[in-house]
Design a protein around this ligand. Structure first.
Ligand code: UGA
Length: 341
């Protein structure tokens, strides 16, 4: 099988590429702006890579779509601070550029595996979010945070419509706060713009306070990247066509913790690494109003628990990794990469 991964240097793309190369005989065509996460993949004989901006590489991408069996368009900005600050860019990249890929998949009759997001459920009050039942609840237009959710929701709907009306083969997967090594790069964290785990680690190691937005009682179901990739592999294998035309929540309801609990657990785990012990013990945790941290265009999700009944039933998938183990693995990889203590 030939797999095209656009955004292969990203968090999900690079972990997926490594798993494909180490456990299958599939061929990967990868595309990205950068190569920082691809050390293990670049030398591999079944990995072909092209470095460019996808917006300037239409011909190459079209050629690859026509030659590959399954297409994963993983290019997107996925940091809430960016949704608030630059909603137009989110629309242009996350929505418009991906729509072009969806259309290419339709034109060439290719299978599309597309990353939706837990963000599409927004502020739903359902105790568990169900892919085919839950309402998708977003705030007013002045809350620009929702442009990402709305862009992804629209793509979900367009892809489903292509499936219904034109026979596009597709699967949508919704990651719920996947964590692990290489989540975001440190440049983003240095600007205060990365996702929560990278930001917390960066702040602790720089001696900056951890900021709990809105008090930190909001919860997330933290999901280990290797568990997430396991689900994605089952989707790609697609035995008996089980994943065709389906949406899957990929999250770990057993790891439903508040952001305050994440900060405290991280502090404890970091303190078990001799080189980080002092920084961890000295770390301070402060409450910060969300308007100060993100700006007025922000609104938070207090509760976000996936139903994974469908992923269990159709993919035979079960998340297994505790939050502590994921944190330990993430920090170990920083130690191996030589992150200064
Ligand atoms: C994320 C992103 O939108 C996407 O990457 C993704 O689609 C989705 O969730 C997911 O992974 O399921 P969110 O969980 O809100 O959204 O983003 P984070 O930046 O990881 O923040 C999690 C929580 O921590 C938020 O409530 C945020 O306010 C809080 N936070 C963040 C802090 O308290 N302090 C910080 O320094 C950073």
């Amino acid at each position: 099988m030939k797999v095209l991964i656009l955004g292969v240097n990203g968090f999900i793309g690079s972990h997926l590429a490594e798993r494909i190369l180490s456990t299958t005989d599939w061929e990967i065509r990868g595309h990205d702006l950068r190569t920082t996460n691809l050390k293990a993949c670049l030398p591999h004989p079944r990995f072909t890579f092209r470095q460019n901006d996808m917006r300037q590489d239409r011909e190459w991408i079209e050629q690859q779509v026509s030659e590959c069996d399954v297409i994963l368009p993983l290019v997107a900005v996925a940091q809430p601070k960016k949704y608030v600050e630059d909603p137009l860019f989110i629309f242009e990249l996350d929505f418009e550029e991906n729509l072009k890929i969806v259309r290419l998949c339709d034109r060439y009759g290719k299978r599309l595996v597309f990353p939706s997001t837990s963000e599409v459920y927004g502020m739903s009050q359902d105790p568990e979010f169900k892919e085919d039942e839950s309402n998708l609840v977003l705030g007013p237009i002045c809350k620009t945070r929702w442009i990402y959710s709305c862009s992804k929701q629209m793509l979900d709907r367009v892809i489903a419509a292509y499936g219904m009306q034109r026979g596009l083969r597709y699967t949508l997967f919704r990651p719920f706060n996947w964590l692990g090594p290489r989540l975001d790069d440190n440049t983003l964290a240095s600007e205060g713009k990365s996702r929560v785990l990278t930001q917390f680690i960066y702040n602790m190691l720089q001696g900056l306070p951890i900021q709990l937005v809105g008090g930190g009682e909001q919860k997330r179901c933290f999901t280990d990247i290797d568990d997430g990739i396991g689900a994605l592999m089952a989707i790609l294998r697609n035995e008996g066509g089980v994943a065709d035309g389906q949406i899957f929540n990929i999250g770990n309801p057993g790891n439903n913790f508040s952001i305050r609990e994440l900060a405290e657990t991280l502090k404890q785990v970091l303190a078990t690494f001799p080189s980080f012990r002092d920084k961890a013990l000295q770390a301070t945790i402060l409450d910060t109003p969300s308007a100060t941290y993100y700006g007025e265009g922000y609104e938070d999700v207090e509760h976000r628990v996936p139903s994974i009944e469908k992923a269990r039933r159709l993919l035979g998938w079960e998340p297994r990794t505790s939050l502590e183990d994921t944190l330990r693995k993430t920090i170990s990889s920083m130690v191996s990469a030589g992150t200064p203590s």
